[in-house]
Design a protein around this ligand. Structure first.
Ligand SMILES: *[C@@H]1O[C@H](CO)[C@@H](O)[C@H](O)[C@H]1NC(C)=O
Ligand SMILES: *[C@@H]1O[C@H](CO)[C@@H](O)[C@H](O)[C@H]1NC(C)=O
Ligand SMILES: *[C@@H]1O[C@H](CO)[C@@H](O)[C@H](O)[C@H]1NC(C)=O
Ligand SMILES: *[C@@H]1O[C@H](CO)[C@@H](O)[C@H](O)[C@H]1NC(C)=O
Ligand SMILES: *[C@@H]1O[C@H](CO)[C@@H](O)[C@H](O)[C@H]1NC(C)=O
Length: 315
């Protein structure tokens, strides 16, 4: 029957406070995927070839909770914290402890202690500390068009892009808008944390003014999770731009109202067949929290029959 004497517990506490003062410099990092198994090392080589009966090995987590104790040849559950019951498995050859069903709350500092149990009682012969961090891959980002509209020139279309159940928090989300020229816009990232498992769901919104610079627009949403990693991309959404159906309504540009840039709007009157199209230069193409501002209307556009250019006040 393996029990830890009082002196052992005192020693553990001493070791832990000792350990806390030396961690920062050479921190060893162990990563594990959410809901999967973490491999918690001890890095114990057993240099004196001690038999298992002479060894006491245990792992402690944050708040000194004991994950697992191997007491002189047997597993000892007496001091194991309830969070870790039925979640651990020791490989006695490598002294690697498997921690199953890893959760975000398991993140933190861990230490493995090895004591040699000789005639004078237990003596700590080895200790090894490391930081456990947990990763959860976000679902593939998904773009949803928020309004039920075709991409008519002059319209403002809204899109959302979301990805779910990831960890840690992504660095940023952005949109890639491909017309004749491609542009990237940083999105305003809304982050929601799931209370049950601490994972993140993220969303960003794009308001896009459809202008007449390109017959098609390709929209992709990307998430930069961590600096070193490739961004996670959505499927590309393909929009075909269309001229306004009703020429009379083409002068009502709903986007201008929200765009807020309603001063003197330069209106270029373009005749394509019998449709009159109105393009604005002052209103931003895109309303998204951005660092790079959208380019002005592409000058390369060649209106056939370049008509008069009239100034209009807001309507
Ligand atoms: C994690 O595991 C639980 C229970 O096994 C399951 O319900 C949940 O969907 C899993 N979550 C993820 C993000 O894999
Ligand atoms: C979009 O509009 C069409 C026609 O007006 C309608 O049949 C369809 O149900 C709408 N879809 C959504 C998602 O609102
Ligand atoms: C698009 O979003 C803006 C807010 O950014 C909103 O004012 C506008 O009504 C939305 N447009 C449509 C067609 O839903
Ligand atoms: C945009 O999508 C169209 C298909 O809709 C494709 O032909 C074109 O190559 C794409 N353009 C870019 C720059 O990806
Ligand atoms: C788009 O790209 C072309 C060349 O690829 C360039 O000549 C033009 O100025 C660009 N237009 C804008 C608005 O950046």
């Amino acid at each position: 029957m393996g029990t830890m004497g009082c002196e052992n517990i005192l020693l553990m506490m001493f070791m832990l406070s000792d350990m806390l003062s030396v961690v920062s410099a050479t921190e060893i990092k162990i990563e594990a995927f959410f809901n999967k198994t973490a491999k918690l090392p001890c890095n114990f080589k057993n240099p004196q070839n001690s038999s298992p009966e002479e060894l006491v090995i245990f792992w402690q987590g944050h708040k000194d909770d004991v994950l697992y104790e191997f007491y002189r040849g047997k597993e000892n559950l007496m001091y194991v914290h309830s969070n870790y019951i039925n979640r651990t498995k020791l490989n006695p050859n490598t002294w690697i402890l498997q921690l199953q069903n890893v959760q975000i709350m398991d993140q933190g500092m861990y230490t493995c202690f090895v004591q040699h149990y000789g005639s004078k009682g237990p003596v700590v012969i080895h200790q090894f500390s490391f930081q456990l961090s947990v990763l959860a891959p976000f679902s593939k980002p998904e773009i949803i068009q928020l309004d039920n509209k075709t991409a008519e020139i002059g319209d403002v279309l809204n899109f959302s892009c979301s990805a779910n159940q990831g960890y840690p928090k992504p660095q940023k989300m952005y949109w890639k808008i491909e017309t004749k020229n491609s542009t990237k816009y940083l999105g305003d990232m809304y982050v929601f944390q799931d209370n049950t498992n601490q994972l993140y769901n993220v969303t960003t919104i794009l308001s896009l003014l459809i202008n007449d610079t390109s017959p098609w627009i390709n929209i992709t949403c990307l998430i930069q999770t961590q600096e070193s990693m490739e961004p996670l991309a959505s499927e590309t959404m393909h929009l075909k731009t269309q001229p306004k159906e009703n020429p009379d309504s083409s002068f009502l540009i709903p986007g201008l109202v929200i765009a807020g840039a309603i001063s003197a709007v330069l209106c270029i009157f373009i005749l394509i067949g019998r449709n009159a199209c109105c393009a604005t230069r002052e209103a931003p193409n895109v309303k998204a929290e951005n660092t790079e501002h959208p380019k002005e209307r592409d000058e390369a556009l060649e209106p056939m029959n370049h008509g008069s250019c009239e100034k209009t006040e807001d309507r």
